[in-house]
Design a protein around this ligand. Structure first.
Ligand code: UT7
Length: 338
């Protein structure tokens, strides 16, 4: 669905942050756990290594570091935030929300805080909420976090999934921009619930509360029909990429950097090719961090900024496709830098 964004205040990203656990796990490390091999993983996914959090480390433990970096960059204090949105499929617990837990860890006063569940599309969905709230005047500063501790829901005996995911956090501070400055140019969100059967975690919700049986049946782990998701993701990513560019009235040549969701290098390359985006304009972090679900786009934005791949005024394109199915795209002007 194309978002009707209306008139109002402009929002832009004035601070970015990221955090990954220290423990790097290579494909060779995984060869010792499941029947897989480095060459297969690299050829099929583009992943060389990923980071795993130590047991007991939570999503908000990662998120708090990323948020502090973003706040420092923007010169904003935590208690100046109007709100926090945490996009995640691995909240610290069912409730209270990780937004509330994070608010307290950050010392963010009494700003509103909530979680948003859109799996790999979480950051784009949350960015859209933040933009709408700033645009309407309801908020001035919103912290949008994408974070997942995927190792808390990954079956380390399932080679179909355990090689794909990693743990990480990305934070983006959205602020109302001074008059005359341009931030978010276009947003596109979509979902198709009929895709739910291809990527899910069966138990732990109201449909199947945790029980000895759900544990014995290994139903608290991610299940993915890789090929079906791949087919849908290839088409879906390409389509949302073309749609959001069209909606923004921007050509591929005008885009400085394409920051796609990092699920599979083949999906990324296909979407880039379809949109005629030159390979050097494509941000790839999957080789180093694997698929960190909601964290891929915000952490990649931070890495791109740190690596000097983004300058003030650049046009950034970010698109995603994931469980739900959900998808989303954003075209925004980079306001960070001199
Ligand atoms: O971010 C959320 C959205 N998720 C995605 O976008 C992921 C979409 N899916 C994918 O990225 C790919 O489907 C995978 C990377 C998950 C799998 O790649 P694939 O090219 O679709 O492989 P496949 O599932 O068709 O498996 C091909 C072969 C099979 O063997 P046979 O039946 O041909 O003998 C698998 O059993 O590869 C085998 N295989 C493996 N071999 C070594 C599956 N997993 C592994 C493994 N190591 N880890």
């Amino acid at each position: 669905m194309t978002q009707t964004r209306g008139q109002g205040f402009e929002s832009g990203i004035t601070g970015v942050g990221k955090y990954f656990p220290d423990r790097a796990v290579t494909n060779h490390d995984l060869e010792k756990i499941v029947d897989t091999n480095h060459d297969w993983i690299v050829e099929r996914t583009g992943i060389h290594e990923r980071r795993f959090a130590d047991p007991g480390v939570t999503s908000t433990d990662l998120a708090v570091h990323a948020c502090r970096q973003a706040l420092d960059m923007a010169g904003v204090k935590a208690d100046e935030l109007d709100g926090i949105i945490v996009a995640t499929v691995t909240p610290d617990m069912m409730f209270p929300s990780s937004g509330c837990v994070l608010q307290q860890k950050l010392g963010a006063g009494r700003c509103w805080a909530f979680d948003l569940s859109a799996a790999c599309s979480g950051w784009v969905y949350a960015a859209s909420v933040a933009d709408s709230m700033i645009r309407s005047g309801a908020a001035r500063r919103v912290m949008v976090v994408g974070v997942d501790v995927m190792t808390s829901i990954i079956d380390m005996t399932d080679r179909n999934t355990c090689i794909l995911f990693g743990d990480g956090a990305g934070a983006t501070l959205f602020e109302r921009l001074p008059e005359g400055e341009e931030g978010m140019l276009a947003l596109e969100l979509g979902a198709d619930g009929s895709g739910g059967e291809f990527l899910y975690m069966a138990a732990g919700g109201s449909a199947k509360p945790a029980s000895a049986e759900t544990v014995a049946n290994r139903e608290h782990y991610v299940v993915q029909d890789g090929q079906s998701v791949f087919r849908a993701a290839v088409q879906g990513m390409a389509q949302v990429t073309l749609n959001v560019l069209d909606q923004a009235g921007v050509t591929a040549e005008e885009v400085a950097l394409f920051v796609p969701h990092q699920a599979n290098l083949r999906i990324i390359n296909y979407a880039a090719k379809k949109a005629k985006l030159a390979p050097e304009k494509v941000m790839v972090t999957i080789d180093r961090f694997g698929n960190t679900t909601a964290a891929t786009i915000p952490s990649s934005l931070c890495i791109a900024h740190e690596e000097g791949r983004l300058a003030k005024g650049d046009l950034v394109l970010a698109t995603t496709f994931g469980a739900g199915f959900t998808w989303g795209g954003a075209v925004l002007r980079w306001v960070l830098g001199d």
